[in-house]
Design a protein. Structure first.
Length: 295
């Protein structure tokens, strides 16, 4: 009898051991392909009498898909990532044009599905010729922060009209950051290139710069002084809401100091080789001011 009990106990131990092994075996996640991509296009200002918009060239796009965790929008070779599936294009070619772009739904594990979309958009704003010439030299022109002068960078109240009302940075004050060796190139075809310098680092605001991706840099006060960022490209456009000349960059593109927000820079003043710009940060806390000079 004792032998039978021992054998039975041994069998139970083997059984439970096998069950435990089966429970410990890893299972492979099933990654589903994004399907049923839907693209909603809203041409700003479009109505029955103006089906192609109000002439601003602004188009709001919203994408949805089953099994998608993020989205990408591809226009003119530039890829813009949007976790919520929303993007606003600001087209700048004067006249009625058909713009084609690709919507990519990103699933778990990096599985992609794509769909093509197009919009017929009317643009009536025509930037002054001298502004286009200043910005691009009618071909391509590269700019930098004018670090050698006082007030080349600073901040003030939102909506303020006094440059750097709260703080004007002294000349070369931010030499330890990744800002001064950055170069910004505007091409007449609407493309924008950000060369992030020898060290491939940029300067930005704590919290807001996290929009560019995670990092391990230690803040210095409210700044991330040398956030690693490779060279990148985007699109630029010009508009004049309320009569204020404004430069817009697509995606997460920026100049000088990353503050998030809508990536629009209002011209405060400009001359043949220099421009004063300001932009409101993503916290709607400050306006940030920059002086750029052409190389």
């Amino acid at each position: 009898m004792k032998d039978m009990i021992s054998k039975y106990s041994a069998l139970l131990l083997v059984f439970f051991a096998l069950m435990a092994c089966q429970e410990d075996e890893p299972t492979l996640d099933t990654f589903l392909v994004p399907t049923n991509i839907q693209v909603n296009i809203n041409i700003v200002g479009a109505d029955q009498d103006n089906p192609n918009g109000d002439g601003s060239g602004k188009v709001e796009v919203t994408a949805t898909a089953d099994n998608a965790i993020s989205y990408q929008f591809v226009y003119n070779g530039v890829v813009t990532t949007s976790p919520n599936g929303k993007i606003t294009f600001e087209f700048s070619e004067t006249g009625l044009k058909t713009y084609n772009f690709t919507v990519v739904a990103v699933g778990a594990g990096g599985i992609l599905s794509s769909s093509f979309a197009e919009a017929d958009v009317l643009v009536t704003y025509s930037p002054p010729a001298d502004l286009l010439t200043m910005l691009t030299s009618n071909s391509s022109r590269t700019w930098r922060i004018k670090a050698e002068v006082d007030g080349h960078f600073g901040l003030g109240p939102v909506g303020g009209s006094i440059p750097n009302e709260f703080f004007p940075a002294p000349a070369n004050d931010k030499a330890a950051t990744g800002m001064y060796d950055d170069r910004y190139t505007f091409n007449v075809n609407g493309t924008f290139t950000h060369d992030t310098g020898v060290g491939e680092t940029v300067f930005g605001r704590v919290g807001l710069i996290d929009e560019l991706g995670p990092h391990s840099e230690t803040p210095n006060g409210a700044d991330i002084e040398n956030y690693p960022l490779a060279d990148n490209t985007a699109q630029w456009s010009l508009s004049a809401p309320g009569g204020l000349e404004t430069l817009s960059l697509t995606g997460k593109a920026f100049m000088g100091y990353y503050v998030g927000g809508d990536h629009k820079y209002e011209f405060f003043s400009r001359s043949e080789n220099e421009m004063w710009l300001k932009t409101t940060d993503g916290n709607n806390e400050f306006d940030w001011w920059f002086i750029l000079i052409a190389e």
